[in-house]
Design a protein around this ligand. Sequence first.
Ligand code: ZN
Ligand code: ZN
Length: 147
Amino acid sequence: MIQGGCRCGEVRYTLPFDEMPRVYCCHCLDCQTWSASAFTQQVIFAEGSLVANGPIVIFDLVRADGAVSRQHVCGVCHTRIFNTNTKRPGIAALRAGTLDRSNEIVPVAHIWVKRKQPWIIVPEDVPQFEENAPPAKFASILIGYEA
Ligand SMILES: [Zn+2]
Ligand SMILES: [Zn+2]
């Protein structure tokens, strides 16, 4: 099991991974603004496989295209734990910086690098994409699944 939690400690969660899951970074403007930082670190997982204790509250953002991005955050300190999107039913994106072992993260891909801050140098052997990665390619990188 992999564990994590929010900044204040009220929310704790587990995910059914045997080892550290694969993390990707998104450098898009939305992720920069939403994280108030340079990029987000995310792990894709099956919605429902995360088991959380504590006061998780939900904030919905209706996007311009009508899709709803649902943020699951700690109700006390407002750390964002994960989100879902009505465009991708059954799939959730964890904020990997909330993992207890976040110091072990070595991202396996970077997306939206056309918007990345220039001081960030992506290692040459790590796949990077100007915008979103093609879905089949992205799946093979994140879960080793060849479409
Ligand atoms: Zn908290
Ligand atoms: Zn993004």
